[in-house]
Design a protein around this ligand. Structure first.
Ligand SMILES: [Zn+2]
Length: 268
């Protein structure tokens, strides 16, 4: 059976005190970049999202100024996926596949660290990232991270389903049971990634939500995170439908849902 490592590949510390979930006004919030490294017998290591990469740490000014001002990434070379995998005994070439929820810099910044990997992505996300059609797309899709010549594997849902949702069930060249489950709204081709883990499923929901409380339970997400979700979205109705679908999934006993940025969801 595959072994799944949960990695935080980039902490972000936005200012705003209680607006970002901190206790006092002088404190900063804390968001993580929750990535998964799946050790498999037949497919090598499969990464789900990369977080920030080595080049983000050495050339932080290549990230957009707005992005840096909003989320204040810490950019620690030791936190990159490539460094954390090295500590686990894996070379960059051992990562044969990267499955990305979407191509924002805090999810795909590390792609250049794994040049040999096939990169599995929703076709509309790839299209939006390559076209960079408007100002927002230009600031979120960075040309120095998203190489048009990389080994892109692009997908559109083809009629298959996963637990009743439209999905791509077979990733090219991957024998592990991993599905792309489109959760559109944050970006044009945003997807969740569902990984079979024995009798259970682990769902990485990317930025479909930012705070666990969006899926129900006690309390509401901090105001700045609710605001961030709306200023970052490309399609509100689709985003809210994605959150609703994840709420239903999270209520199932055989499904664990995590998102990218809520530190409470990172296993100890
Ligand atoms: Zn993000």
């Amino acid at each position: 059976m595959a072994r799944i490592h949960h990695l935080d590949c980039g902490t972000m510390c936005p200012i705003g005190g209680p607006l970002v979930g901190a206790r006092r006004w002088r404190d900063r919030g804390r968001l993580i970049c929750h990535c998964l490294a799946i050790e498999t017998a037949r497919d090598g290591v499969i990464l789900v999202d990369t977080g920030f990469g080595a080049d983000d740490c050495t050339h932080p000014w290549r990230l957009s100024a707005i992005f840096r001002a909003l989320v204040a990434p810490r950019l620690d070379p030791q936190a990159t996926a490539v460094a954390q995998l090295a500590a686990l005994g894996f070379a960059p070439k051992d990562v044969r596949h990267v499955v990305v929820t979407h191509l924002d810099p805090d999810h795909a910044g590390g792609l250049p660290d794994f040049p040999a990997a096939e990169v599995h992505v929703h076709a509309h996300e790839h299209e939006a990232a390559m076209a960079r059609a408007d100002l927002r797309a230009k600031s979120r899709y960075l040309t120095n991270r998203l190489d048009p010549g990389a080994r892109w594997q692009r997908y559109l849902p083809d009629g298959d389903t996963w637990l009743g949702l439209p999905a791509v069930r077979a990733l090219r060249g991957v024998s592990a049971d991993i599905a792309l489950v489109p959760m559109i709204g944050h970006t044009r081709g945003h997807t969740a990634v569902a990984i079979r883990d024995g009798a259970r499923w682990l769902v990485h929901a990317g930025d479909a939500y930012f705070d666990r409380r969006e899926l129900g339970g006690v309390g509401r997400p901090p105001p700045a995170l609710r605001w961030l979700a709306t200023i970052d979205e490309v399609d509100r109705a689709a985003r809210l439908a994605s959150v609703e679908a994840l709420r239903t999934l999270a209520a199932r006993p055989d499904v664990t849902v995590v998102c990218s940025h809520d530190p409470s969801e990172l296993p100890a």
